[in-house]
Design a protein around this ligand. Sequence first.
Ligand code: C2O
Length: 534
Amino acid sequence: SLIRHYEFSVVYKDTTNLCSSKPIVTVNGKFPGPTLYAREDDTVIVKVTNHVKYNVTIHWHGVKQRGTGWSDGPAYITQCPIQPGRNYIYNFTLTGQRGTLLWHAHDSWLRATLHGAIVILPKRGTPYPFPTPDEEKIIIMAEWWKSDVEDVINQATQSGLPPNVSDAHTINGRVGPLPGCSSQGGYTLHVESDKTYMLRIVNAALNDELFFKVAGHSLTVVEVDASYTKPFQTDTIYTGPGQTTNAILTANQGIGKYFITASPFMDAPIGFDNATVIATLRYKGTPANPTAILTSIPPRNATPLTDAFVDSLRSLNSKQYPADVPLTIDHSLFFTISVGANPCATCVSGSKLVSAFNNVSFVMPSISLLQAYYYNVKGVYTLDFPANPPIPFNYTGTSPANLQTTNGTRLYRLEYNSTVQIVLQGTAIIAPESHPTHLHGFNFFVVGKGLGNFDPKKDPGKFNLVDPVERNTVSVPTAGWTAIRFRANNPGIWFLHCHLEVHTSWGLKMAFLVENGEGQNESLPPPPTDLPTC
Ligand code: C2O
């Protein structure tokens, strides 16, 4: 294994989309940012230097960070932010991980433009568990606002109202032709007849789950969130923010030009976002000015498509890549996910939108939790995050209890190597909606999902404990639930949050404290000497 060195310089860059330019925050002047390439078991060292006016951190989304909790990156959770003019060196090893992941900023809404792909190839000499594709292409989907993205969230926080939805989506940084601004071309995926392509598809959007389609071509999914899956064919990829999907495309449809679309999946009755991005797939040898083959764009609320996609996901569970599902559970947790409104004297409408697990809307501390834990600083957090909601109610009923949401920096404590099951229960408080939920520091197995209220008597009997998909981010279905399991074998403090950034901003986040173990290499090491202070 190798040590790979990267320099990430966070700088402004004037960028044009939707026929107008604005300075955006980038890494090395690129949007999307540079791809981080490595192989399984390599060590990656990234020096991040902050040249913009905002505080910055970078998170390596899906990297397990075994023993390197100080490099995880979420601001005020595992580190204080890198202040303007300062730098910090992230240092982690990709032990037993291969596939596609993403890196992104993890403070405020900076990840709108501060993100890029992580490509981890298998160890040298180890083939993929499927026929080696002729070529690989990175497809990064994101959102674009005409205004400054930090202004969007700051205005929303002050007013208590929802933030503006994005003006467009992008594929590899380009919007593609849209009404009112058709002069700019979108991204083009160049292919040659009869070759196979592995698309490494990254959803780096802030607030939208997305459908991805290529006209005329089906896709074979082989991996999600850097875990191999049993291959399956689909016309439509469904992916939440933070999720990654590797899919094989065979260029077998005859030369020509085919549309590629990324369109939002949004089934909440409020906050519509209909912007769609169009890119093109173009065969070598296609004559000039061809007629493009169209694709049907899935309806914004196409829940049957999302269900079918999620139900097809199984871990590969081969001899070489076994699914190591915890079969016994030390901590059985039940977390409701809700969006509600709390009184707010300074807000224009007299109330503000809040979001919570188990009715606790998480309050960010002013020094990092991991530093507070390591140095024993009192009064920063409490270890009393509730294992269950305060009162059981009809979570998905049409007139649910509108429970009072409390504020707190409350953590849940886990012993080293204990096994954990979390049933994430969506609720209908204000709006039933799908929530892509991300856990830092671990992959988890998605052992079950269902519509309506979780039934603790009947549903566990239907769990898949053989080949459930292994992920780092899972969408909790609208007015339904998802059950995940993981083993807490990584000491440190690990964030759990909705990866719709607007919900994170409203408090839909909490953290686990995983204690040190007894053995060698089972303890959180001391912080690096350049760790930023608050
Ligand atoms: Cu991809 Cu906590 O984030």
